[in-house]
Ligand binder design. Sequence first.
Ligand code: 1AG
Length: 135
Amino acid sequence: MPANYSGTWDIVENENFEAYMVALGIDFATRKIAGMLKPQKVIEQDGDSFDIKTLTSFRNYSCTFKVGEEFEEVTKGLDNRKCKTLVNWDGDKLVCVQKGEIKDRGWTHWIEGDVLYLELRCGDKTCKQTYKKTA
Ligand code: 1AG
């Protein structure tokens, strides 16, 4: 049985997000807005099937995938790139590789109790986000 990520999670920490956005080539004005946001993750999981919604007052981002099955991801409203994306289990961690124009891009999610962690990687930059379960 894989871990269960389902729930509503509110951000409490967002470390190095600015450097991550610079690495993605996000423009200054958008970075200033995005840096103020308090994203909420709404995750629906059914076994290996995931729907992860990142909700903010500015823009939302939604990512739907099945673990172990590569798909075409368009990071619409973020840096608007196309990636060949693959998410795999590493134990109870969800490890994502986003192959495309940018080298060494991806993210990892894991859970400890009612805390959800997200590490976002872009090149040599890593952003570490922490979310608390609220529902
Ligand atoms: C994400 O993916 C992606 C969200 O969590 C953050 C990634 C990049 C931010 C890039 C550009 C910012 C531009 C506009 C901001 C608009 C919305 C902000 C949404 C999030 C702000 C933190 C991983 C995810 C799995 O698919 O959890």
